[in-house]
Write a protein that binds this ligand. Structure first.
Ligand code: RP5
Length: 191
């Protein structure tokens, strides 16, 4: 089946504060030529939009939703409770990033993202959210691609190539390390 030229993935986040982290999911989808639609939907500031968004995602035929949020992150779980489209959750550590405040005190959640991770991963039985690590939006993008790969052989082939590239780059670095020895390898690589 040909990959359709319309968004297959919906990316949502609780705030523009999350956008720097979440754009890594968009980047990997772009790399593989998969269209996505990106929006801000806040579970606590725009609760009525959640249900509307779920309806919109279904009407537009999204196959996966990637949802990122920080703090006591309800967005991924709540959107999952409104739809049968699989949801991949991204716990976010950066907090209130749009405040413009330079101090780190305002930039990170009190629990370093653990609050968000546990809120997302510990969904009760019945409304699952597949959860990636804290700030690992790129992994959410990759996971979405793998799900889509079940349907589109062309994408599956690209993912296999991606794996091979990963393999080759590790072997290349290992050869370099073997040749120069660990001390010189580190001096060269991290100088
Ligand atoms: C959550 O609160 C958002 O997902 C964000 O990570 C966090 C802080 O949001 P702002 O106060 O910066 O908008 O809803």
């Amino acid at each position: 089946m040909m990959i359709p030229k319309k968004p297959l993935v919906g990316i949502i986040m609780g705030s523009s504060s999350d956008s720097k982290v979440m754009h890594n999911a968009a980047k990997i989808l772009d790399d593989f030529g998969i269209r996505h639609e990106d929006q801000i939907v806040s579970a606590h500031r725009t609760p009525t939009r959640l249900e509307e968004y779920a309806k919109h995602a279904e009407a537009n035929g999204f196959k996966v939703i990637i949802a990122g949020a920080g703090g006591s992150a309800h967005l991924p779980g709540m959107v999952a409770s409104h739809t049968v489209i699989p949801v991949v959750g991204v716990p976010i550590m950066v907090y209130n990033d749009k405040s413009g405040k330079k101090s780190d005190e305002f930039k990170f959640s009190a629990f370093g993202g653990m609050d968000s991770l546990l809120s997302i991963v510990e969904m009760p039985n019945g409304s699952p959210v597949a959860t990636v690590g804290i700030n690992k939006a790129a992994n959410a993008g990759l996971y979405a691609l793998k799900m889509l790969g079940n349907e589109y052989p062309e994408l599956r082939a690209k993912l296999k190539k991606f794996k091979q590239t990963q393999h080759n780059s590790v072997v290349m670095e290992s050869d370099e390390m073997k040749k120069s020895g660990l001390v010189r390898f580190v001096q060269k690589k991290f100088k």
